[in-house]
Design a protein around this ligand. Structure first.
Ligand code: ASP
Length: 446
């Protein structure tokens, strides 16, 4: 009996107050430790031997279950639509909203970087200091070449899904899951009933495992923040303050203006309850810098707080955790133009449009892991004639910007899911379900 009651509980209990406390304590303690004992051997021991491994352990506990979760959620999502036509319709809507939202995000970034010119405004000394202190770029980052034409498709479809999974190629795994789900949808219900039940079991177990890992979230997040701030302090942001400021301003505008408009206009959703409901997703994304690690929380929030139907959540959010990264697209556009200004490379309007297009595609191709976008900036830099080593200049501030853009990436996934769900279902039904959630909260609060 006890067991039965337990499994009816939501898999992930999201205590965002506890996560927020961990985040604040870790940040304040790290900044203070860095100010008091910068680079002290004792502090290095604490960071290397305690907080970094603890934070990493927390992330690994989530990552270890992402693969079965992605596979089961996407397969069930696709097969839940029942027929090819519905999958195609929802897929097309998802792709359209993703492309529109990503293009808007890059456009915001490009306009801001042209207005504020953060790369051109640097003094000669700051420029020389940045070049001197630029971190060496990992040679693996420089080797990337953007696929051309239909090559993009061949890269997407794995010839061996097991090898793709072993190599951590999440996009290829998703394509496999999509195709598998389509096969499932077309099969005779009786013949696949055991397999479907099995996949549902895998999904349920994955969510429960993440639920367990999330109990560690306050400590894990605190350790991640302590590691970051104790190592670098906030001084690392100073020389690149204008660039960091433009990225943050762009992200904030996109989050508050574009997302709010899309929610109101295309889904007739009230904006404030939406932002209140997605707080756990924001905190998890900010502290883990990973859309994939945030996926379980995103799925839970979508179903339990936003009333998004299961197959739409499974399909749109799972795909979106890798393929809809509009915070990343904005960041890439701003970074390429910033580095062009830094090196005095004049970009024509045509080249700037090329940056927009390539950044939107890079957002789709970026892995939902910390620093996943870095390898994809290099081909964009090369395409417009900006020295690729320039990327070393921004590496010092990348982790912080990664935390911020990941928030946009996952909230963007939820916005796309809400819009697609509204187009699939009368909006009133969605609003009713989320009212139910807020109603319950109000009851509990009394
Ligand atoms: N960390 C980002 C994400 O997981 C990807 C990136 O921009 O590097 O969404």
């Amino acid at each position: 009996m006890e067991n039965q009651r337990e499994t009816k509980q939501p898999a992930i209990r999201i205590s965002h107050r506890a996560i927020l406390s961990g985040l604040l304590v870790g940040t304040v303690a790290g900044v203070a430790a860095h100010a008091a004992w910068p680079q002290h051997p004792w502090l290095n021991v604490v960071v290397d031997g305690l907080t970094e491994p603890t934070g990493r352990l927390f992330l690994r506990l989530i990552f270890l279950i992402v693969l079965p979760l992605v596979f089961s959620a996407l397969t069930l999502g696709v097969s839940g639509f029942g027929d090819l036509a519905s999958v195609g319709r929802v897929g097309l809507k998802t792709l359209t909203v993703t492309l529109v939202i990503s293009s808007l995000s890059v456009a915001i970034g490009i306009v801001l970087v042209n207005v504020f010119q953060p790369g051109a405004a640097l003094s000669e000394e700051a420029r020389a200091a940045l070049l001197a202190s630029a971190q060496r770029v990992d040679p693996a980052l420089g080797g990337a070449r953007a696929p051309v034409g239909l090559e993009v498709l061949t890269h997407l479809v794995p010839d061996n899904p097991v090898r793709a999974a072993a190599q951590g190629d999440m996009l290829a795994v998703m394509v496999f899951a999509l195709v598998f789900g389509l096969g499932l949808a077309r099969s005779d219900r009786k013949a696949i009933s055991v397999l479907t039940a099995w996949l549902e079991g895998v999904y349920e177990v994955s969510m429960q495992v993440v639920g367990l890992a999330m109990r560690l979230a306050p400590v894990g997040v605190g350790c991640l923040m302590f590691t970051l701030t104790a190592r670098f302090g906030y001084e690392v942001l100073q020389p690149l303050a204008a660039y960091v400021g433009v990225v943050i301003l762009g992200l904030a505008l996109h989050l508050l203006v574009t997302y709010s408009l899309l929610l109101r206009v295309f889904a007739q959703r009230s904006v404030c309850p939406f932002f209140a409901a997605v707080q756990p997703v924001v905190l998890t994304a900010f502290s883990t810098s990973s859309s994939n690690a945030t996926l379980p929380t995103t799925l839970a929030v979508a179903r339990e707080r936003l009333g998004i139907p299961r197959e739409i959540a499974g399909f749109v959010l799972t795909l979106g955790s890798t393929a809809n990264q509009n915070g990343t697209a904005l960041f890439e556009g701003v970074t390429v133009l910033f580095l062009a200004q830094f090196f005095g490379v004049e970009l024509t309007l045509g080249q700037q449009l090329l940056v927009v297009g390539m950044s939107v595609l890079a957002g789709i191709g970026t892995a939902g892991v910390p620093g996943g976008s870095l390898p994809l900036i290099v081909p964009v830099l090369v395409a417009v004639g900006v020295p690729a080593e320039g990327i070393g200049i921004i590496l010092g501030v990348d982790r912080f910007l990664d935390m911020c853009r990941t928030v946009l990436n996952v909230v963007g996934d939820l916005v796309v899911a809400v819009v697609v769900a509204a187009w699939e279902k009368p909006p009133a039904a969605l609003e009713d379900q989320s009212k139910e959630y807020f109603g319950q909260k109000a009851e509990q609060g009394r």
